[in-house]
Design a protein around this ligand. Structure first.
Ligand code: UDP
Ligand code: G6P
Length: 725
């Protein structure tokens, strides 16, 4: 295998991930196969550095990791065997096996480094075929091009192999059956125009999880959402040096049979920036079973809260003048995208919260954590010392406790009637007192407890630290809001805060994600399934989805800040209000709210969200069918520009029985999903009869030309609103 600089790009076949299985029908029916194509989401230098996260789409094996993450097996499908063999003979290294994650999907990894000998040829072809330019020095784009060409090579050969399949047709998955290939993100998008141009016999879906241009524009200081339809997209991409990447993304969106995004807000953005209306929304789900702790989750909260409290004792040594029983842990976490993730708003709101708590004489304390990886050199001596002095104190107290116990026991053994009980002075010896005094002196501190746990590379220029400085949140004893910036993702091997992220979340009271740009937002969704209330915004996919689904969402611990219709100052105040109201809740109210939050888990389960993937595949199969009919009668296949052929035209499909009424196995077959009204709160999720998925709002529908602007959930431009309503 080649060097670390090349990622093994992944082709996931027969994906049982997300619980989807190829449908097996009786004789005469075509079984379906789908392929999911993913690419890594590597560093975006302009957005701080990247740390691989638990996000499934980012979970791609680097070469060193492949060996531990993938168990190599021999492929059985003859077309797969032949194609891999033929590619290997021409110098392309591959690894076929089972990816050792839930569902153990079969994966085919391509070592992109071995395809570079053809890079120049492929770049020239990409320009000739799709008019997509590519500069020499953009490594990420080169990777995307090599990956795209390898995928097109693989699919083309696997589908066309002449007579390779003498085996039982039932085993000939790739050759004999309909293939749906789903591509995620622009990094996997190069293959899409190639599949189309070469008329490879697959039907395709392109799912974008954000738009490149949207991410870049929002990170700057533009009024993004009010100007979406006015951006000169080519010029904006050019100014940011991403024109070629933008072309790949846009080309992929237009070449795919079915184009989807992860939320309505991103669908709207894609329509304007990529110039194609998505056909539907495939929101991100979670494997709720993995997080599910049923009745245990409240206990887990207590257990992990105690671990966070241990850290707090160390971090605030010498200043532990607040009652940990009356302390609430708030946090925000994610990649370091200062403006996109709304950290600017979070810190400003914390300052206002601090002011309100002080002036109202609140006896509560809020410790707000910011978990965002930045460039650091090491943990600070102060952070390490804090944990060390508290540990020494703890050890000393424990040893005194043991020796006092021993002395009481000894004295009690010798006790005779008429004698006094031992005096305290006799129990705690002068040596014990000296030891204890030494520990107390070690806790003396002339400075305030630090904000940041690590030595920052760019302390003076760091936007988070500068905002904290501007707001003067310095962890002063009089502050009711303390701030801790942990510029590294959490893990249990960390000597200062030794906790995995999930455990940490469980131990907190409130997640705050005041994002400006957030196509979906896993962090608040993870909070929900772990029973932790969260604050999001109506500019995040998750926020819009929950807002649409639940009435009185606040009762369920889902707070949504309006960043769309309100001015910045108003939004900051709304966020501060939410947090302030939260500090006024009693313990009992917090416990009840957590119970209600956790009950929302099913709304976020892949079992529900996955329905949209099923619909997308069905639509892709139908469109693929239509396309092959049109091409059989010699008509042009979907043009890249101009209107698409109507899908409502009567077409005689090649396999009339295959797809007609041929539903994927229903996840909720026979059940009517209704979200029950909680007994403990007045509000309830919207009562709807029947199963509810994001698609029920307006999404992947047969015969439609895609979403229309009116379809976007809870998302309209101000001027588009009907004044009558
Ligand atoms: N995360 C993590 N460790 C941390 C903090 C965050 O693994 O210390 C993960 C978190 O579980 C979530 C992901 O980072 O799955 C962030 O995903 P999100 O969708 O919120 O943001 P994105 O990175 O997609 O913009
Ligand atoms: C859980 C535990 C309770 C604990 C409570 C603390 O519900 O089961 O034993 O009292 O958490 O809640 P709090 O919001 O104060 O952290």
């Amino acid at each position: 295998m080649s060097t670390q600089t090349h990622l093994l790009r992944t082709l996931i076949c027969d994906s049982r991930w997300h619980l989807f299985r190829p449908q097996v029908k009786g004789p005469g029916h075509h079984r379906r196969v789908w392929l999911q194509l993913y690419a890594a989401w590597p560093a975006q230098p302009s957005f701080g550095q990247y740390t691989p996260s638990a996000h499934p789409l980012k979970h791609y094996a680097e070469i060193a990791q492949a060996a531990v993450e993938v168990e190599q097996i021999e492929p059985k499908d003859p077309a797969m065997v032949e194609t891999i063999k033929s590619m290997n003979e021409r110098g392309i290294k591959t690894l076929y096996g089972r990816w050792l994650i839930d569902g153990a999907p079969r994966v085919l990894l391509f070592d992109t480094g071995t395809g570079y000998y053809k890079l120049d040829e492929w770049k020239a072809d990409l320009w000739a075929t799709a008019g997509i330019p590519s500069p020499v020095d953009d490594h990420e784009t080169n990777e995307a091009i090599v990956f795209g060409y390898l995928i097109a090579w693989f699919l083309g050969e696997a589908r066309e192999l002449p007579g390779a399949c003498k085996a039982n047709p039932a085993d000939q998955l790739l050759k004999e059956r309909a293939v749906v290939a789903q591509f995620h993100e622009w990094l996997a998008g190069v293959a899409l125009p190639l599949c189309k141009k070469r008329r490879i016999d697959v039907t395709t879906i392109f799912t974008t999880h954000a738009t490149l241009l949207g991410r870049y524009l929002c990170a700057g200081s533009v009024d993004f959402y009010n100007n979406l339809q006015y951006f000169d997209v080519d010029a904006e991409a050019g100014k940011r040096g991403i024109y070629h990447r933008y072309c790949i993304e846009r080309g992929a969106a237009h070449a795919a049979d079915v184009f989807t995004t992860v939320s309505h807000i991103t669908a709207y953005e894609s329509e304007h920036l990529l110039k194609r209306k998505p056909d539907g929304v495939l929101p991100n789900g979670l494997n709720v079973k993995k997080f599910s702790a049923t009745h245990e989750f409240q206990n887990l909260h207590q257990v992990h809260k105690d671990r966070i409290s241990d850290f707090i004792r160390g971090h605030f040594y010498g200043h532990n003048d607040f009652d940990l029983d009356k302390t609430l842990y708030f946090f925000t976490a994610g990649r370091y995208e200062y403006r996109n993730k709304g950290v600017d708003m979070f810190i400003e709101s914390l300052a206002r919260l601090n002011h309100r708590m002080k002036s109202s004489g609140s006896d509560m304390t809020v410790v707000a954590f910011i978990i965002m990886p930045a460039q650091t050199t090491s943990l600070t001596v102060e952070a390490l010392k804090g944990q060390a002095v508290i540990k020494s104190l703890h050890d000393t107290v424990k040893s005194i406790e043991e020796s006092v116990g021993k002395r009481i026991f000894e004295r009690s053994l010798k006790w005779h009637e008429g004698q006094d009980l031992p005096e305290d002075k006799e129990l705690v010896t002068p040596q014990d007192k000296i030891m204890l005094r030494r520990r107390l002196y070690a806790m003396k501190r002339n400075n305030l407890p630090p904000i940041v746990t690590h030595n920052m590379m760019n302390d003076g220029d760091d936007p988070i630290l500068n905002q904290i400085r501007r707001c003067q949140l310095f962890n002063h004893p009089s502050d009711r809001v303390k701030v801790i910036f942990h510029p590294e993702f959490l893990n249990s091997a960390n000597p200062v805060l030794p906790m995995d992220y999930d455990d940490f979340v469980r131990g907190t009271h409130l997640g705050v994600f005041s994002s400006y740009y957030e196509p979906w937002g896993y962090t608040p969704a993870e909070c929900t399934v772990m029973g932790v209330p969260s604050i999001t915004t109506n500019l995040s996919g998750f926020g819009c989805y929950m807002e649409e689904l639940i009435e009185n969402a606040q009762d369920y611990g889902i707070y949504i800040v309006d960043r769309r219709m309100k001015g910045v100052d108003e939004s900051v105040n709304q966020l501060a209000d939410y947090m302030f109201d939260f500090t006024k809740k009693s313990k009992r109210q917090r416990i009840n709210q957590r119970n209600r939050t956790e009950r929302l888990s099913d709304l976020l389960d892949w079992k529900r969200m996955g329905m949209e993937y099923v619909k997308a595949r069905q639509l892709a199969l139908r469109r693929g069918e239509l396309r092959s009919c049109i091409s059989r009668i010699g008509r042009v296949v979907f043009p890249t520009t101009g209107p698409k052929p109507s899908l409502t035209q009567p077409v005689t499909p090649a396999y009339p029985d295959s797809f007609e009424g041929d539903e994927e196995p229903g996840f909720f077959d026979g059940t009517e999903m209704k979200i029950t009204r909680p007994l403990s709160a007045p509000g309830s999720p919207r009562e709807r009869s029947g199963m509810m998925t994001p698609g029920d709002f307006a999404s992947l529908q047969e015969g439609r030309e895609g979403l229309s602007t009116e379809d976007y959930i809870a998302w309209k431009l101000p001027e588009e609103e009907d004044p009558e309503e």
